[in-house]
Design a protein around this ligand. Structure first.
Ligand SMILES: [Zn+2]
Length: 184
């Protein structure tokens, strides 16, 4: 059982900006230790994307469907070094490399390893988020409408991912890891 520090409520830092009644509901679930149950009822199964190669294909398929004209991706990888708290929603970098005498911009997408053991919906959310950054740098209106175009449930999924991150921070247990035969 998770240890709740007495007298303090778990930090809701991943959920800043959501309406207070929504936060109150999450806080109630946390206090009753029912977040895991709530998430598992909604998302019973983990996805099956186990390797960086499989992740590349997964991301590439979504890109081909919605962002064919965006710059090509040179690398897609799960990254264990991405800090779970600071960078859990992934990073997107434009890496400049000298090729011959030309400077070529290459796009890389790194996704925190915690997304290896999540439902497909969560992997899709983070992929859509990082792909949208190929076109829109800032988290602004244009960015989120592109996310919604690629995944109509985007806002709900991002919220649910943030609830899961809150759970991880409070309880520390991966909810879907045991449904996998091996973590690659
Ligand atoms: Zn972002």
């Amino acid at each position: 059982m998770p240890t709740i520090v007495s007298g303090s409520t778990p930090a809701l830092r991943y959920l800043q900006g959501y309406p207070t009644d929504t936060l109150a509901q999450v806080e109630k679930l946390l206090q009753e230790d029912r977040v895991a149950e709530w998430l598992l009822a909604k998302y019973p199964l983990a996805h099956t994307v186990r390797t960086d190669r499989a992740l590349f294909d997964y991301v590439q398929a979504l890109k081909a469907e919605y962002l064919r004209s965006a710059e090509p991706l040179s690398k897609v990888a799960f990254d264990a070094k991405l800090h779970i708290i600071k960078n859990a929603l992934g990073t997107h970098t434009a890496v400049s490399r000298v090729q011959g005498n030309k400077l070529k911009a290459k796009r890389e997408i790194r996704i925190a390893t915690l997304f290896k053991t999540v439902p497909d919906e969560f992997l899709r959310m983070i992929t859509v988020h990082e792909l949208a950054h190929l076109k829109e740098r800032a988290h602004d209106k244009a960015f989120y409408s592109l996310c919604k175009h690629m995944e109509p449930r985007y806002h709900q999924l991002e919220f649910d991912v943030r609830v899961y991150l809150t759970h991880l921070e409070a309880a520390g247990t991966s909810l879907w890891a045991t449904s996998m035969d091996a973590v690659v």
